[in-house]
Ligand binder design. Structure first.
Ligand code: AMP
Length: 276
């Protein structure tokens, strides 16, 4: 892969890269389409990265369907599918990890303490193999986007990061490979995440600026679903991920939710800009 990317680079061809863990859906495909729009050659990787799962998480049962993914990518005219084996990426003598401080200690980092270390390590590794000019990530994983932007800036990595919007099912549920775990009843319950976000937006549009009030209304909606159990629900500064108490004109924020529906942990978020 690295040799091929070097060859493409020497021919002056731009390389766009979409890292994924497979079990592809429209969210992943939207990233591929963005890459195809901007780059000459688009590479999608499928790698269920063991280092970003903690021992009590779903690595072994994470959904996989290579044939289905392959035909989806073929249909979308993806140029290259990079599909390495875990033993090729992490041979027995593998010893190097990339860690971003600060922003990885809150929210997802608090609930999944080793997660971002695995993410930054694999993304760095894949960047070194695929040598992309541009790499595409989904806003669905808002904190992951911020962590990767931080890594790329701090380490002066020679590529551009593009963040693409969240793709949702028609009823509002953010697309995720993990949605397949949901039973029919849980699939209905899962709508409380996007509904809570809609309610927050409605309150903000109607002039509410007190974060506690907005969060109370959101929690009430989440609690309506019998199978829900909240990890966190927060409004933070878009850039620093610090919690805020009031919303101010001209500022940008993120509403972030992590919530278990039955045994399935789902995340969702929205960007808020206060214009008046
Ligand atoms: P994953 O396979 O879950 O690791 O995701 C691979 C990439 O697709 C990441 O950059 C995700 O943020 C992105 N992604 C996942 N779900 C969505 C979605 N619903 N909308 C947009 N991007 C997504």
């Amino acid at each position: 892969m690295q040799q091929y990317s070097n060859k493409l680079r020497s021919e002056g061809k731009s390389i766009g890269f979409v890292p994924t863990m497979g079990y592809l859906h429209e969210g992943h495909i939207s990233l591929l389409r963005a890459s195809k729009n901007e780059c000459v050659v688009s590479v999608v990787s499928i790698f269920v990265n063991p280092t970003q799962f903690s021992p009590n998480e779903d690595l072994a049962k994470y959904p996989r369907d290579f044939e289905r993914d392959f035909s989806l990518l073929e249909k979308e005219d993806c140029d290259i599918l990079f599909y390495p084996e875990p033993s090729e990426i992490y041979p027995p003598n593998y010893q190097t990890y990339v860690v971003v401080d600060g922003i990885t200690n809150v929210l997802e980092g608090q609930y999944r303490p080793t997660h971002f270390r695995g993410v930054t390590t694999i993304v760095n590794l894949l960047f070194n193999i695929v040598l992309p000019h541009k790499a595409y990530f989904g806003q669905k994983d808002a904190q992951q986007c911020a962590v990767i932007l931080k890594m790329v800036n701090d380490l002066r990595m020679n590529l551009e990061v593009r963040i693409c919007p969240i793709i949702r099912e028609s009823d509002g549920l953010a697309m995720s490979s993990r949605n397949i775990y949901l039973s029919d009843a849980e699939r209905i319950d899962a709508l409380v995440l996007s509904r809570a976000i809609i309610t927050a937006n409605e309150l903000i549009i109607s002039g509410e600026r007190n974060v506690a009030e907005i969060l109370n209304a959101m929690v009430a909606i989440i609690n309506r679903a019998k199978s829900s159990s909240l990890d966190y629900i927060e409004i933070v500064d878009f850039f620093t991920f610090e919690k805020v108490e009031k919303l101010f004109k001209g500022k940008k924020y993120l509403i972030l939710i992590a919530c278990k529906i039955g045994k399935t942990r789902l995340i969702d978020n929205d960007i808020i800009t206060i214009n008046s």
